[in-house]
Design a protein around this ligand. Structure first.
Ligand code: ZN
Length: 258
């Protein structure tokens, strides 16, 4: 499993014999002043007489693990996307920072649709996957982007080449958001933030809204609207999802509420 920010903080706390909460406070304090995750962790480590170079994260490993979670069960990937979108809409990014969500969207967009359905995930499976994805994505954007007190500034110099396109996209979407614009998650069109409905542009939202509760799609809906969550999906997935046991179906909605 990839090393996450939480793992690093735990490791520093363990190595210096300080309470975890104290290490977290010290790191948060620095990050609040615009310092990056890794420099903050290393400075705190150094203050406690530890070798700062020992503490590191691998953006590539973080991406690989998230990809594995998304690809191993496509139905689960779509449910995760709906859960994350719900969190974002509900608390405006308290649980899930917006850049971390953007990183997730990029990975989901690149996730191929499987040939065969991989089974209905259980509620526990979804919960643990959601937690893990948030941890992976939060660590990832902390590591591959340059931060300041105003938020993301650009792509970090230390970002590995293969993760640069993803980091660039996160920076772009974040800057657009700061400028009051939103890239619709279905059609990618730029819309004014005040017109965004359920994280979609008004047109895409209206199309999704054609479906009633318990029905994700209407027969004959154009293929480009054949969406569930933020990924692309097929009817076969939806039909099976509709018949989920009390696990996934009841607790996690398949589409975004406005
Ligand atoms: Zn749209």
């Amino acid at each position: 499993m990839a090393v996450t920010a939480r793992d690093l903080l735990r490791q520093v706390a363990e190595d210096c014999g300080c309470p975890y909460s104290e290490v977290v406070r010290s790191v948060n304090d620095r990050m609040g002043r615009g310092m990056g995750l890794l420099p903050s962790v290393r400075e705190v480590a150094l203050e406690h007489g530890l070798d700062p170079e020992k503490y590191t994260i691998s953006p590539t490993a973080l991406v690989r693990e998230a990809e594995e979670i998304l690809r191993s069960n496509y139905a689960r990937a779509l449910i995760i996307s709906a859960v994350l979108a719900g969190m974002l809409e509900r608390d405006g990014g308290d649980e899930l920072p917006l850049p971390a969500f953007f990183a997730f969207v990029e990975l989901l967009d690149e996730t191929p649709q499987p040939e065969h359905h991989s089974g209905v995930p259980t509620a526990e499976d979804i919960e643990s996957s959601v937690r893990r994805v948030i941890e992976l994505m939060t660590t990832l954007v902390s590591g591959v982007c340059d931060w300041s007190t105003g938020g993301i500034e650009g792509v970090a110099e230390s970002c590995p080449d293969e993760v640069v396109p993803l980091a660039k996209s996160v920076v772009r979407r974040t800057k657009l958001y700061q400028a009051g614009l939103w890239s619709c998650l279905a059609c990618k069109r730029l819309v004014d933030l005040k017109d965004v409905r359920g994280l979609l542009c008004p047109e895409c939202d209206a199309s999704v809204g054609m479906t009633g509760p318990g029905h994700c799609l209407l027969p004959g809906e154009p293929p480009e609207l054949d969406r569930l969550g933020y990924g692309h999906t097929r009817r076969a997935d939806l039909d099976r999802d509709d018949s989920t046991d009390e696990g996934a179906g009841g607790r996690y909605t398949h589409r975004f509420r406005t």
